[in-house]
Structures are given as C-alpha cells and as structure tokens.
Design a binder for this molecule. Sequence first.
Ligand code: G6P
Ligand code: MG
Length: 219
Amino acid sequence: KPQAIIFDLDGVITDTAHLHFLAWRQVADEIGIVIDEVFNDSLKGISRGESLQRILHHGGKAGAFSPEACAQLAERKNRLYVHSLRQLTVNSVLPGIRELLMTLREERIPVGLASVSRNAPAILQALNLSSCFDFCADAALITRSKPDPEIFLAACAGLGVDPQQCIGIEDAQAGIDAINACGMLSVGIGKGLNGADLLLPATEFLTWPCLSAFWQHDK
Ligand code: G6P
Ligand code: MG
C-alpha cells in the first residue's frame, strides 16, 4: 500500500478551476486583456500573485502596474472568486471523489491536501470534506508555486510519510511536475498532461482498485 495519497484541490476534488478562470477573465477584461480557457490551463497550480503576473505578461502589460496596483487586482480577483464559491454545495464534489475518500478511510490510508489556494480550507468545508483529510498543507506558508515540489513536500512532512512511498493526484501540468520532482508516483486527471505515471480521463476513473493496481505495478 502507499503510505499516503495526496490530492490537489482545484480541478481534482471540485471544479473550482473553472471559477478561478471566470474571476481572472473578468479582472483581465477590466484592464483590457483577453484570456481564454487554453491560456487558463497555464495558470492551474499557480499562486494568485504569480497568476496575475502571467496574465499581465500575456497581455503585453508586464511592468505596467505598480506593486500596489497589482495587489489590488489580485484582491479584486479573489473577491470575485470567493463570491462565486457561494454556489458550491456538497453536490459540487467531482464524480467518484467522495467514494474514493471514504474507501481510503476504510483502507486506513492517510490522505493529504496539497493546494496552493488560500481558499482551500473554506472550499473543503463547503463540500463537507474537511474530515476526510488527515493533513492539509498551509498555502500561506508556501513560498514557491507548483511546479516546485514545496507544497507536496509540506503535505508529506505533515503526514509524516516518505514522498517516495506516496501517490499524488493532479489535473495541471505544473502539479504533475511538482509530484514527479519529489519522487512521488503521479496520477494525472484529464488530457494533455506530460510525464504522469498514470493518466486517467476523468475523476470517475479514480478508484481505490485502480490506484492499488497502479501502485503494485509501478512500485
Ligand atoms: C490553485 C489553483 C490556481 C490558483 C491558486 C491560488 O493552485 O489551481 O488557479 O491561482 O490555487 O488560489 P487562491 O484561492 O489562493 O487565489
Ligand atoms: Mg488543480
């Protein structure tokens, strides 16, 4: 058995990746920058401040805003995003995830969260999933976004497990790179992820029998 399974949040547990996109699209639009879902893929797993810098760069406006103006734009995005989180309910958990978390409890496999979102605790609460996680790495204590492995290493440290004996689950390229960088086995959800040790098209395929067979085959 793996020593622990560590989950990303946005796009793996629930579809907040889309809500992040809608909030950023509005803020970008207000400063004359157009972003689409394809560009948004490059923001997944990237912290709020760094996401803004990438958007400004994308729109040819890198350096056009003072640090104070950037802080205000990031704050505006977060207010829009937090407002949109009101639509989350216990039914917003992606298919198969709640069942998987319950099975991991039965199998006594520790479960961790590695999200660089400062809104992660509130989201788990809205989904009524807080009690399914043994340790959530604190995004406020992280200095480097994915693809740096820092947040996954923090989750492993909090659980007291060896990264090399764990599985990480991600929907973003930066996240897969972060998992691989700390020697965990990586599971990717979705299309077009490079380097995932196991790639599944959607969360409904993410079951304990599937993860268990993958672990026994790849370890
Ligand atoms: C996750 C999401 C990113 C988001 C980041 C920070 O990594 O994939 O899209 O920018 O969290 O989220 P926050 O809620 O703190 O702005
Ligand atoms: Mg994600």
